[in-house]
Write a new protein. Structure first.
Length: 367
């Protein structure tokens, strides 16, 4: 069987350079292609007139541009959130969310089709695991969002391509600035592909996402957290905690049976010590389950002495879980305890995109 054509979004710039060297094409064409891929966000090889015909022909014969076609696009009535259902080459679907809150443009991207971790309140967990995404499928989601955001006239785009970042920023059309790996899937279960995608997203001549602009959220895959620390990966880390006792956590997050709370907290400590970075701890607030004053104190004690910020996420509805979200007043009280008794900063995530099931834990596709 012939090898499947290489997805161009799977390649780092170094790999693309190596390929062009092997093909004996000038490195000038690498720069041009990279520009098309990540600055113009061109959606087909045929629309790259600056590449000589022989380069384009070879690319067409031996590679493919893994643009993800949109199966469905929905806008929330909140005016800030848009959700894309994107189709992969094998016909599987994933969801990607574009958020524009307070001037920040953020893409929430997926790392897997489904998820193997089975958190009880999460729609992705409820659908089960199908497969990992490739680096190119992860990258293509961010490119899709950037393409959608940046719709300046193509001539302007073209004219500014060699003029540097400042001129580009002037070109109109918003620039994607933040990426959160908080869509479908557990990113640390798909470590290699996710890290390669992060490298591509950060390439200074590409989407050029700053180190401070990529956040990865994990259910608590201990070996993955330790590896992130060891490799000093330039991402922010968010850890989904949800309960401050092993038993409480295991009831919500089955992965806690594999990576118990004490091991998780030890890994988080190592991560913060090695990288000097604060971790965001996520806490889905479920009425009557993990939202009492005592729960808040238990979190405060658990995180004592760690560089931490708590992100409180009132439960979003999903089909497979009957719990209710904590009311605003109770969430405020929770925050108050964290701040005043433990000096622990926290935020309550705004509920956005709920009407189109684009909130945390609501992403899922029908098999
Ligand atoms: N797999 C990763 C990232 C994706 S989920 C993780 O679990 O961290 C992103 C965040 O949404 C996680 O903190 C997750 O626990 C939370 N979440 C899942 N389902 C939710 C729901 N129904 N309501 C609110 N938050 C939810
Ligand atoms: Fe997977 Fe995260 Fe959902 Fe848990 S919360 S099932 S880890 S996507």
């Amino acid at each position: 069987m012939p090898a499947a054509p290489t997805n161009l979004y799977d390649l780092t710039r170094e790999e693309l350079t190596a390929l062009f060297t092997r093909w004996e094409f000038s490195p000038v064409h690498v720069a041009r292609l990279w520009n098309y891929l990540y600055w113009e966000c061109t959606d087909s090889l045929a629309a790259m007139p600056e590449l000589p015909a022989k380069v384009r022909k070879r690319l067409e014969a031996e590679t493919r541009l893994g643009v993800l076609p949109v199966s469905l696009e929905t806008d929330s009535t909140d005016g800030f959130t848009r959700k894309y259902l994107l189709r992969l080459a094998d016909d599987a679907r994933i969801e990607t969310v574009l958020m524009r809150f307070t001037g920040r443009v953020t893409a929430c991207i997926s790392s897997q089709v489904g998820c193997a971790m089975g958190c009880v309140f999460c729609a992705t967990g409820q659908m089960g695991y199908t497969r990992h995404l490739t680096p190119g499928e992860i990258v293509a989601q961010a490119v899709h969002v950037q393409r959608a955001l940046r719709q300046p006239p193509p001539e302007l785009c073209h004219a500014l391509r060699d003029k540097g970042a400042a001129a580009r920023a002037m070109a109109g059309g918003a620039r994607l600035r933040n990426v959160v790996l908080m869509g479908m899937g557990e990113p640390l279960h798909n470590y290699e592909a996710v890290m390669k995608a992060v490298d591509i997203l950060r390439d200074p001549n590409g989407l050029a996402l700053g180190a401070e602009r990529i956040t990865l959220s994990t259910v608590g895959v201990v070996p993955g957290i330790l590896r992130l620390a060891r490799e000093k990966r330039p991402v922010h880390l968010a850890v989904s905690l949800h309960a401050a006792t092993q038993a409480g956590r295991a009831a919500l997050v089955p992965a806690a049976k594999k990576w118990p709370l004490d091991e998780l907290m030890a890994a988080c400590r190592t991560y913060s010590e090695t990288t000097g970075r604060r971790i965001f701890y996520e806490w889905t607030l479920i009425e009557g389950k993990n939202d009492s004053a005592e729960d808040a104190r238990a979190v405060g004690r658990l995180l004592h002495g760690l560089p931490a910020q708590v992100n409180l996420i009132p439960l979003n509805p999903t089909q497979g879980y009957a719990g209710a979200p904590t009311h605003t007043a109770a969430a405020k009280h929770f925050q108050h305890i964290l701040m005043h008794e433990f000096d622990l900063p926290s935020t309550v995530r705004q509920r956005r995109g709920i009407d189109i099931a684009a909130g945390c834990g609501q992403l899922a596709v029908n098999a």
